[in-house]
Ligand binder design. Structure first.
Ligand code: GAP
Length: 495
């Protein structure tokens, strides 16, 4: 059964995963608030990344554990950081404006369908055939059978006069593509002048590069080593869309791996493998991911090789959307900051002081909030055989609540026993205690929020100390003794 994005968004709101930011004021495009369960889910993914990068980093190819340390740098830095990194000059998207509708589009998000020699129709890349047919009908143009699309990026400017922009009544209203900078600007202090201008960080990575020397000088790490950071990043995306997939404020999990230039190609291979393995370990299914090396024409300015980990989101299917990029950034960033700040970024090999170099960098850069979306889409499972009609198939480690305690009735001994069990279990796991409402509705709620186990307290619990365990995916029930509940969870969750 195909998953419908509308249903996933509705469940996220209904159950408190994700809300539109400023909703009571009509919202604000490209910004999202994480509700009680969304925050737990995001924290679980964040903590898993931190644990697997910083607390217990992988074992390297030679059998020794890798050295990776953490960092939490400021969101606003000296604006020269972003000048040196190339973001002020080059962090742009090519945009086309429509002079009739005043709408603005990313050039690479529009496709053109050529109906005849001089009647071409521009559509959004994700527009479905039925929408396109409606558009042609509205324009009163007959279209070719196959609706073959050509990316707008492949169309010469001299042919723009033939194109109907999306929603435009007239032809030829699209203007020449222009570069649009994605950095969010702000001002520091009381005066709003160019001298006080600063930027909200467009990636967490630069905070790492500018602290590379500090980390080397203050810790015992030696090349090769990594610095990891999780935090907010901001991009003034022109078309934020697809729920939280492309937002203006989002979170990244980035690690910069500093290594000897000679070893960089091997480390690139190592991190490619490692990061694919990791996304599977948090529950994403192999069949829904692809791993793709960028072509030379796709590489961003700092990269000598990039490898994408992509997930088949419902809105990209049958295509894929980027979840993480593993980039070989060479020594581009450290060299830029060396020039811009006049601070030496050279590394001197402690075993051989003649061996000096600016380390090369391999960067696994993942989206935390985009990862949350992938987990939600992956977990969403339609099942007409249960009252909720749907359940979220999270791994126990990612599930916002690991178990729910449900007393059958809201009065007397059931809630008393339930509360006692809850107080014991919550010392170990995130547990939900849900006392009121009929049991079917409470099971349905736990299914919809992806709780793997429900424990029900009933008259038999009072009589002989057993509780019912209901397993989310199979809905199978069995009875176990209340004293064994913690062991049961330990075995199921921690293996
Ligand atoms: N430091 C490298 C870097 O920032 P990127 O590919 O631009 O590379 C890394 O971003 C990851 O951050 C992406 O793979 C994606 O998961 C996430 N990301 C980027 N832009 C985003 C946006 N507007 N909204 C949500 N996530 C985004």
């Amino acid at each position: 059964m195909t998953k419908d994005m509308k249903d996933i968004v509705a469940l996220c709101k209904r159950r408190g995963f994700i809300f539109q930011a400023s909703e009571i004021y009509g919202g604000i495009n490209g910004f999202w608030d994480y509700g009680p369960l969304g925050t737990e889910l995001k924290n679980n993914l964040r903590d898993a990344w931190w644990r697997d990068m910083v607390i217990t980093p992988p074992i390297g190819p030679d059998g020794t554990p890798l050295e990776i340390v953490g960092l939490d740098s400021a969101i606003i830095q000296n604006p020269n950081v972003w000048v040196s990194s190339g973001h002020v000059g080059g962090f742009t998207d090519p945009m086309v404006d429509c002079q009739e509708t005043k709408k603005r589009y990313r050039e690479d998000h529009l496709h053109v369908i050529k109906a005849s020699d001089d009647e071409w129709v521009a559509v959004h890349e994700e527009a479905e055939d039925s929408e396109i047919e409606k558009r042609f009908k509205k324009l009163n143009i007959k279209h070719a059978e196959d609706l073959e699309r050509t990316p707008l990026t492949d169309i010469a400017l001299s042919d723009y006069s033939k194109i109907y922009a999306p929603d435009a009544k007239e032809k030829g209203t699209l203007l020449e593509p222009k570069a649009f900078n994605l950095m969010f600007e702000t001002y520091i202090g009381a005066t709003q002048s160019d001298d006080n201008k600063a930027y909200l960080r467009g990636e967490t990575a630069q905070g790492i590069f500018i602290n590379y020397k500090n980390v080397l000088d203050s810790t015992r790490v030696r090349v090769p080593f990594g610095i990891a950071q999780i935090g907010k990043a901001f991009r003034n995306e022109v078309n934020p869309r697809n729920f939280i997939f492309r937002s203006r404020e989002f979170e990244q999990m980035e690690m910069e791996w500093f290594c000897d230039p000679e070893d960089a190609p091997q480390w690139f291979e190592f991190w490619k493998e490692e990061r694919q393995r990791w996304w599977k370990s948090v529950g994403l299914k192999d069949k829904d991911m692809i791993f793709r090396e960028h072509g030379q024409d796709e590489l961003v300015f700092y990269s000598q090789g990039t490898f994408d980990i992509e997930y088949q989101f419902p809105f990209t299917a049958p295509g894929y959307g980027e979840l993480e990029g593993v980039a070989y950034r060479t020594n581009y960033d450290l060299t830029q900051h060396q020039e811009g700040s006049k601070t030496k970024m050279e590394y001197i090999d402690p075993m051989d002081p003649k061996n000096r170099y600016i380390p090369h960098v391999i960067e696994p850069a993942a989206g935390l909030t985009r990862g949350v979306l992938a987990l939600l889409c992956d977990a969403y499972t339609v099942d007409e055989n249960r009252p909720s009609g749907v359940f979220l198939d999270f791994t126990p480690a990612m599930a916002p609540k690991k178990a729910a305690i449900l007393p059958l009735t809201a009065k007397g001994e059931h809630p008393e026993i339930a509360t006692k069990l809850y107080l014991e279990l919550r010392k170990h796991y995130a547990i939900d205690l849900d006392i009121k409402q009929n049991i079917g509705k409470r099971y349905a709620r736990q299914d919809e929020i992806g709780t793997p186990y429900c424990f029900t307290i009933d008259d038999d619990t009072v009589a002989n100390g057993t509780v019912t365990v209901r397993e989310r995916n199979t809905m199978a029930q069995e009875r176990i003794h209340i004293d064994k509940v913690l062991d049961y969870l330990r075995e199921k969750i921690d293996g």
